[in-house]
Design a protein around this ligand. Structure first.
Ligand code: 7PJ
Length: 284
């Protein structure tokens, strides 16, 4: 039996494929380097209007990120990350959609939870000392992502004995840690972390076996493939021309049982998933 609800802070998210399409998590970047000209992006209004646009497009969860985790990018100091993320969180607090914070810093997690964040999305899988303790007492959801290495160097020469098995072992260990911290399994979802210390081949093995991962761990699965370089490797297209590839990847993940899809292009992904859902509806 697949999990059918995610306990997500102020919300209970239905994940039942017999009733609804997979959920769409919209990426809201609050990082200066998310802009091609590299200029400082400090207009709260622009970020909030992008969030409002995503809501109009049918987004289910908004993922606010203040630190780029692209390969090779330098880490952001704590106070700078807080300066980027917290005003956005306050501004969107009552927007009616669950708010996720993409961070691996326990201090950011604590501040975000105090400001009503509904989910913490940690590319580091809550391995930082104090990360699980920072969220244990709250009722926010946790997205536990797998990453090999650290963003600065993870793509240099990723190696596994057996990528699927190694990722499974990682999740079993993190789930045990979460359980020991007193975190209910209804709050958890897992993500294999496409592109995080993985070659194209590793990513494709994980994508083809997502269903197996889901069955083995029996938790909701989140997949983030949007515009990633693995799509560039397959299509030969630069990042700004990866929409079609991203939609195909989103559908592939959905077919494999992913219940939450993390994307930049919300409107297009919602359409694609709605059509897929209608075409494959399970009627009982
Ligand atoms: C992911 C993420 C992902 C989760 C980023 C990018 C790089 N969080 N944060 N899963 N990727 N859970 O969006 O290309 O795949 S940052």
């Amino acid at each position: 039996m697949k999990p059918t609800t995610l306990h997500c802070g102020r919300y209970r998210l239905a994940l039942d494929r017999t009733r609804s399409r997979p959920l769409v998590m919209g990426i809201l970047n609050v990082t200066p380097d998310s802009f091609s000209d590299g200029r400082r992006f400090d207009s709260l209004e622009l970020v909030v209007s992008r969030a409002e646009q995503m809501i109009a497009e049918g987004v289910d969860i908004i993922d606010i990120g203040g630190e780029s985790s692209r390969p090779g990018v330098a880490p952001v100091p704590l106070d700078e990350e807080l300066r980027r993320v917290m005003p956005v969180l306050y501004a969107l607090r009552d927007c009616g959609k669950p708010l996720s914070i993409d961070t691996y810093k326990p201090e950011v997690m604590r501040e975000a939870i105090a400001a009503d964040a509904d989910m913490i999305n940690d590319i580091n899988g809550f391995r930082a000392p104090g990360a699980l303790a920072a969220i244990a007492e709250s009722d926010c959801a946790l997205c536990i992502m797998h990453m090999q290495g650290i963003p600065q160097s993870m793509q240099q020469d990723p190696r596994y004995d057996d990528v699927l098995h190694d990722v499974q072992v990682f999740f079993h260990e993190r789930l045990r840690a979460a359980q020991q911290a007193g975190i209910a399994s209804e709050r958890l979802c897992i993500d294999p972390g496409f592109g995080f210390g993985k070659t194209l081949e590793h990513n494709l093995i994980l994508l083809r076996h997502l269903g197996q991962l889901q069955a083995e761990l029996n938790l909701p699965l989140l997949a983030g493939l949007s515009r990633k370089s693995m799509l560039g490797s397959i299509t030969g297209k630069p990042v700004e021309a990866r929409l079609a590839g991203s939609l195909a990847a989103a559908l592939a993940a959905a077919v494999q049982g992913a219940q939450i899809i993390r994307v930049h292009d919300v409107a297009e992904t919602v359409d694609a998933l709605n059509v897929w859902q209608a075409a494959t509806a399970i009627t009982t």
